[in-house]
Design a protein around this ligand. Structure first.
Ligand code: OGA
Ligand code: MN
Length: 230
């Protein structure tokens, strides 16, 4: 288990220095409670959102409340044995605990095979164990790009227990960015250019807003599937 977790940890590469917090304006308020599916992604320009439509996907209500409960039941015992870490060795994540899982009960396996069938092309080789990341209410993920050595073109994640905002920022000092509203029980998929050329991050509670509307962060558990590099 220790060895596998080491590999998981090595997927985080933090670009240095990290300056992406400062370059954002606040998009206009659109009324979060009535947000439509196509409004779950907002960007530096409308053209950006269009251009990345196939690279960035958010599917609200991808799992039911019952499935969320079943997933948490499988995970909670193992997670509770660990303490939240507030100083990650490579600085990518703050206030988290993590684990990974290879075998699941039937309800959870059903969810994961549904996820795999929508996120990955048929016949893709996937990273065996699924990565579970438990962020404390005060936890957050700083901008980083997952290691190209260990992970392939596609990252797909389920968000449990809390809404959150994922921010993608183009590397190389341009002003291009995309914000994704990750509602509780939604699935996000980031592929290809959006995965390789943009950093991704999960905003801390104090910064967590979407289209100018606050998105309070609670404890958030994510279940992340990745494919292998070719
Ligand atoms: C990661 C990461 C996103 C998430 O662990 O590398 O970016 O949804 N996680 O938790
Ligand atoms: Mn990542």
């Amino acid at each position: 288990m220790k060895l596998l977790l080491k590999v998981v940890r090595r997927i985080h590469k933090v670009p240095a220095p990290c300056t992406s917090w400062r370059c954002f304006g606040s998009p206009a308020n659109s009324g979060l409670l009535h947000v439509r599916d196509e409004e779950l992604v907002v960007g530096s320009t409308r053209e950006m959102v269009q251009r990345f439509r196939t690279h960035v996907e958010v599917r609200p209500n991808f799992i039911s409340e019952e499935e969320e409960t079943a997933l948490m039941q499988e995970l909670e015992l193992g997670l509770k044995k660990k303490r939240y870490e507030f100083d990650h060795w490579d600085g990518a994540i703050h206030g988290y605990r993590e684990t990974e899982r290879l075998r699941w009960g039937s309800v959870c396996e059903g969810v994961l095979s549904r996820l795999r069938s929508v996120a990955f092309p048929e016949g893709s080789s996937l990273l065996g164990p699924v990565h579970i990341l438990d962020l404390d209410k005060a936890g957050y993920i700083k901008p980083h790009v997952d290691s190209v050595k260990f992970c392939g073109s596609t990252i797909a994640g389920l968000s449990l227990l809390s809404d959150s905002v994922m921010r993608l920022v183009k590397e190389g000092g341009t002003d291009e960015w995309l914000d994704l509203l990750l509602l509780r029980r939604s699935l996000y998929i980031i592929r290809d250019q959006a995965r390789y050329d943009f950093t991704h991050e999960i905003l801390k509670d104090e910064e967590s807003s979407f289209r100018g509307q606050r998105v309070p962060r609670q404890r958030r558990v994510s279940i992340i599937c990745r494919n292998l590099p070719v």
